[in-house]
Design a protein around this ligand. Structure first.
Ligand code: HSE
Length: 439
């Protein structure tokens, strides 16, 4: 049997410690599959004294991850530090420059520097592998890059952030507040160090930018993604969606259109009958719509130590076997630039929730503004006021929720109609608008 692959791991948080455990647990099977053993020979982390529940005796300790990356004691560098600059970037660059393959789970860094790092890996003839960077334990990178190589992909969309799906699921099922659900997600270790990355949609955007490149042969570019988070979603929206046969999910969607590749992250209404609607809690799911397979959905754990370690170990196993794919499926020189498609040009159905002053003519005025622009309504629902009718009918100005679902139209048409509705003076506050994604 060939010499074992010597692995150096930088970052010993939940994922790093789980990788060490999994490599130990699967040592015999991995050696049999790869034709060589896999051995962690060196590590680097901030605090040497911390008990991580793994045996580090006989493993060389480096305080500096760049020194580990440059070390002659390792053949492969695994980066699990996180962050899009600083030690993560410096150590990956050092490892690649010194001719070592790299495995990373760092989606933020790949979204920002993926192209230059892939080019460096290409120049040095080494691997840059990142299965763990998108959707945790779901092997979506290999699925797109290798498994679906015979397909032209039309659309990739999915739930790519466990924290947001956990928050939306608990709000819907248990009627809990946004803040309480976020605090639980942080306590359970799902959320990023800065949870704005999760709830603001940025973590999903980083992952989507990576998937878009793999699916459509474009250069990774997070700046080309339209991003909206889940902060504006209320219990009223979740309840209305439920009654109308939909669920609200934070989706990342990349789609080939006649205007180019549309990349967007936003709260989305999905029909309750769709595979993606059934995905609750911290679970992730990705649906791929392609010409040969039609539709394929992968569902699995999107965060957590062992699930993410599973993806890291899969990459390590490939490198032990000598497999080296182009990181984004194509040589970097032929990846096309991803143009940002303005969201105003998006076409689809819309959910609109308005707070309407309850007086004669309000509903007719709203319907007129829609009809003037050829917007066709699939449904319209007006809730009863919270108070008894008799007491407030005379005031004639109580705001009641009115929910509309439209058939497909363009975003610019919807925005224009709503501007006119606001000017008419029948509604209080700003309209809530959520895009609908149909199968
Ligand atoms: N914060 C991320 C999530 C972790 O909630 O999905 C996995 O990338």
């Amino acid at each position: 049997m060939a010499e074992p692959l010597r692995v150096g791991i930088a970052g010993l948080g939940t994922v790093g410690a789980s990788v060490i455990r999994l490599l130990e647990r699967q040592a015999a099977a991995l050696a049999a599959r790869a034709g060589r053993g896999v051995k962690v020979t060196a590590v680097s982390a901030r605090d040497k004294s911390r008990d991580r529940g793994v045996d580090l005796s006989g493993v060389i300790w480096f305080d500096d991850p760049v020194a580990l990356a440059n070390s002659k004691e390792i053949d492969l560098f695994v980066e699990l530090i996180g962050g899009d600059e600083g030690p993560a970037r410096a150590s990956i660059e050092a490892a690649l420059l010194s001719g070592k393959s790299v495995v990373t789970a760092n989606k933020a860094l790949l979204a920002k520097h993926g192209m230059s790092l892939a080019k460096l890996a290409e120049d040095k003839h080494v691997a840059l592998a990142f299965e763990a960077s998108v959707a945790g334990g779901i092997p979506i990178v290999k699925t797109l890059r290798e498994g679906l190589a015979g397909n032209a992909i039309r659309r990739v969309y999915g739930i790519l952030n466990g924290t947001c799906n956990y928050i939306l699921s608990r709000m819907e099922l248990e009627g809990l507040s946004f803040e309480a659900c976020l605090a639980d997600a942080q306590r359970l270790g799902y959320a990023e160090a800065d949870p704005t990355f999760d709830i603001g949609g940025f973590d999903t955007a980083h992952k989507l930018a990576i998937l878009t490149s793999l699916a459509f042969g474009t250069a990774v570019d997070a700046e080309a993604v339209h991003v909206e988070g889940i902060q504006s979603i209320t219990l009223a929206d979740l309840k209305a969606a439920e009654e109308l046969g939909y669920r609200i999910k934070l989706l990342g969607v990349a789609q080939r259109t006649d205007k180019g590749i549309e990349q967007r992250v936003h709260p989305t209404m999905v029909p309750k009958s769709s595979a993606i609607a059934e995905v609750m809690g911290v679970t992730n799911a990705v649906t791929i719509d392609a010409d040969a397979v039609n539709e394929l959905t992968l569902v699995g754990p999107g965060a957590g130590g062992m699930a993410t370690a599973s993806a890291v170990v899969a990459d390590i196993a490939d490198i032990a076997k000598g497999i080296r794919s182009a990181p984004f499926g194509l040589p970097t020189s032929i990846l096309e630039k991803a143009a940002r498609i303005p969201v105003q040009r998006h076409e689809g159905g819309y959910y609109i929730r308005l707070s309407v002053h309850d007086r004669p003519g309000a509903a007719a005025a709203i319907a007129t503004r829609m009809a003037e622009r050829q917007i066709s309504l699939e449904s319209i629902m007006q809730r009863k006021p919270m108070h008894k009718r008799g007491a407030l009918a005379s005031a004639n100005a109580e705001a009641v929720p009115v929910v509309l679902i439209t058939y497909a139209t363009s975003e610019s048409t919807i925005r224009d109609a709503l501007e006119a509705v606001v000017k008419d003076g029948y509604i209080a506050g700003a309209p809530q608008v959520i895009r609908i994604e149909r199968e």
